[in-house]
Design a protein around this ligand. Sequence first.
Ligand SMILES: NC(=O)c1ccc[n+]([C@@H]2O[C@H](COP(=O)([O-])OP(=O)(O)OC[C@H]3O[C@@H](n4cnc5c(N)ncnc54)[C@H](O)[C@@H]3O)[C@@H](O)[C@H]2O)c1
Ligand SMILES: O=c1ccn([C@@H]2O[C@H](COP(=O)(O)OP(=O)(O)O[C@H]3O[C@H](CO)[C@@H](O)[C@H](O)[C@H]3O)[C@@H](O)[C@H]2O)c(=O)[nH]1
Length: 477
Amino acid sequence: MNVTVVGAGYVGLVTAACLAELGQRVVCVDHDQARVVLLQAGGVPIYEPGLDELVQRNQQAGRLRFTTSMALGVEHAEVLFIAVGTPPQEDGSADLQHVLAVARQVGRLLTHDLVVVNKSTVPVGTGEAVQRVIDEALRVRGCQGLACAVVSNPEFLKEGAAIEDFMRPDRIVIGVPPGPAGARARECLSQLYAPFNRHHERTVWMDVPSAELTKYAANAMLATRISFMNEMALLADRVGADIDAVRRGIGADQRIGHSFLYAGTGYGGSCFPKDTRALMHTAAAHGSPMRVVSAVEAVNRMQKRHLVGMVTQLMGEDLSGRRLAVWGLSFKPNTNDMREAPSRVVIQALLARGATVLAHDPVAGSEARRVLTEDMAAQPGLLQRLHLEESPEAVLLDADALLVLTEWKCFHSPDFARLRDLMREPLILDGRNLYDPALLQALGIAYLGIGRRNALGVARLALTAPMQAAAKALRAA
Ligand SMILES: NC(=O)c1ccc[n+]([C@@H]2O[C@H](COP(=O)([O-])OP(=O)(O)OC[C@H]3O[C@@H](n4cnc5c(N)ncnc54)[C@H](O)[C@@H]3O)[C@@H](O)[C@H]2O)c1
Ligand SMILES: O=c1ccn([C@@H]2O[C@H](COP(=O)(O)OP(=O)(O)O[C@H]3O[C@H](CO)[C@@H](O)[C@H](O)[C@H]3O)[C@@H](O)[C@H]2O)c(=O)[nH]1
């Protein structure tokens, strides 16, 4: 089948490469010329495991082409995917300008029947709006006889596991419009997605508004689980329970399940924060406020500052002269994506209190430098106390504490004895609950996790004793 994907970002590029891998002839259009030039030369603009090989293999086989030309993209397509960004606006609503710009171009350029598939995350009603824009442009050109159905096919892939998620989806949600054009679109997508449905039917068919809302509902549900566990972790700290034991205890209930129950430094990324806010905006606009999602969002905002609170409890509000080490900058492992990463909040807050911050990330270093420079453009002095280092050990030298913000595999089992020797005061604030508190205690390393029971004792100690005494007491406890 001839497929065009508009947008060569995380979703578009993965969709284009995976469909080409499945044997489709794919043209991928992006209006960012530098991005297209890089892709044409065999480069890949984002870090996503396995994507380079997939893109290169299919490009070489002639099944995947990149262009800035929408004319070429529309001419080529039997099916055209929209996979452009829908970033948040000031009021939290999704900015649909890119989606609607693509719709206008399709309407202006189309000369044959087409199925338009919207993969971008968009509020309910956008499918209809895209259809209106295309129909109007066709009418102006006197081409209203062309059949062009707009289908909703939200994407559920996770960054860092995008290819696996696309190639082995739990489900494929497709919303089709009513009428013969919708029926033809359904037939076309059944054919396109047939390889995923071979062993059992994974496609969940529905109407367009339900498919659009399904995407937001899925992200809001996952975000709810995370904020619920983060709030439960705060309580665990207070009452002397271990959130990791609680997680295992509730996850074993099949009705609950184990995934997305990890307490941490709060959720980040380009989706949960943006999509929960957009959902709240849609709900408010329809007079149906989302109280649960609003609490989920508020808990997450506080959670991103939780480790900063631990540091100031231990070391006081003024962190001048403190050297703080950070492991992990991207919002999750296996990506260099820094959008809404908790590290941005934590690092800026530590610098603002006078600390020197030494940070390491195995992949996101240069992207982190770019976004942190932007974040602190108004306070360039702060940046002078931020050092991004190439190795995890380099940040530990003479550090007063190590903050673990992203659970990259390389941080899972470090050489603790070496870490203890390098640091001024061996203290780990583990924002991802990677380590065993008992093991670290045995090694003489003070340890605080998120909801890991020992936080209570240290927090109390820190109120009355200087940090060093608190750390010593914790090690001896
Ligand atoms: N990133 C994810 O993990 C993920 C997962 C599921 C859904 N989504 C949703 O998918 C959509 C795309 O997200 P993304 O992360 O891939 O975005 P992205 O910012 O990585 O990529 C979007 C791309 O679209 C291009 N673009 C924008 N307007 C264009 C136009 N008019 N013509 C051609 N190209 C254009 C941009 O240059 C950019 O390369 C969003 O709605 C997002 O919410 C994202
Ligand atoms: O138990 C957990 C699971 C995740 N997170 C955090 O939640 C955020 C999002 O993680 P994840 O969902 O793995 O990554 P995304 O790439 O943002 O994927 C989400 O957002 C995408 C865009 O909408 C959807 O397609 C995916 O289904 C959805 O999982 C990250 O900061 C994680 O650290 C936790 O704190 N605890």
